[in-house]
Design a protein around this ligand. Sequence first.
Ligand code: ATP
Length: 345
Amino acid sequence: MSGLALQNVVKEFGAFRAVNDVDLTVPHGTFVCMLGPSGCGKTTLLRMIAGLDLPSAGAIRLDGEDITRVPTHKRNLGMVFQSLALFPHLTVGENIAYPLRIRGAPKEDQKKRVDELLSMIHLPGYADRPVSKLSGGQRQRVAIARALAISPKLFLLDEPLSALDAKLREAMQVELRQLQQQLGITTIVVTHDQREAMTMADTVVVMSGGEIRQAASPIEIYRRPADSFVADFIGQTNLIEAEADIQNHVTVLGQSVPGLQLPPDATKATISIRPEDVHLTAPGPGALTGTVTFVRDLGGTIETFVDVAGRQIVAVSTPRARPEVSVGQEIGVALTPDVCVVLRK
Ligand code: ATP
């Protein structure tokens, strides 16, 4: 297969297992974001792909070739890590040309490639500027161009945008994704920012405790999370316990929800419902009965907090779709089965 394949990859630091038996396939030309809380093993996995760390067990293949023990400089990689490590005493052009120069590329080829990359990163004419005179976003682009100078097979980035302010980061996410699509380069980015992952990735890999919890497209991860960890980690959700009796009549928070089904052999499950899928209605049959405890008007959206049998359920709506509610009011919370994702216990 062309692309990257990880097979049963393990990394142990002494008795501690930082990466546990990871299998992952990254088809050629796709963009993968590894996402997860601090310490879940994302960077360790990326470092093994980069050849900066050796796996304790398992294999890493690139375009069918076993590269598990191939040194970093022979893997044909482009890398951008959090500290950009641009050479401050060199110009923009000299920084970008550096990997070509140490490989002995002719001067004219270096210049041509630098000009090509500068136009790709929207900085044409910047070759002679000192990097010390660039803004944070411009430095970021130069670091990306330098990593791409050798036309790598694989492009690896670890939290590349985390030093930028929020607005610039969002703009750079779009730029990075567009550049990747233009070049068709297989790209893996480590991030802890779910919006960043949702913006850029073909496949989001959600990790926790050294393991992959789910690897799927952003929308699948959002709409069909594999478990309650993924459901809770990606976006906002309501996680509520459900129980089924012997005839598979389901109750949620002690109230019957007609039409909702648990897997045939399950008596308990967790239901995930996104706040935008919670429909507030008049109290009555077919809806859980609760009490409004708080209303947060954020301008573009309104969040309504409802207490149902001691559990808080959050509903989000746009101002126009908002029913008139006030704190203390009794209200119906309709859980239509098509928007409830049933997660096994
Ligand atoms: P963050 O988002 O905070 O960077 P991460 O998901 O990238 O977190 P890793 O850096 O991969 O996490 O670390 C995974 C676990 O392995 C952590 O518990 C970390 O303390 C441990 N770890 C990483 N490198 C080493 C090392 N060289 N020696 C011992 N433990 C390590």
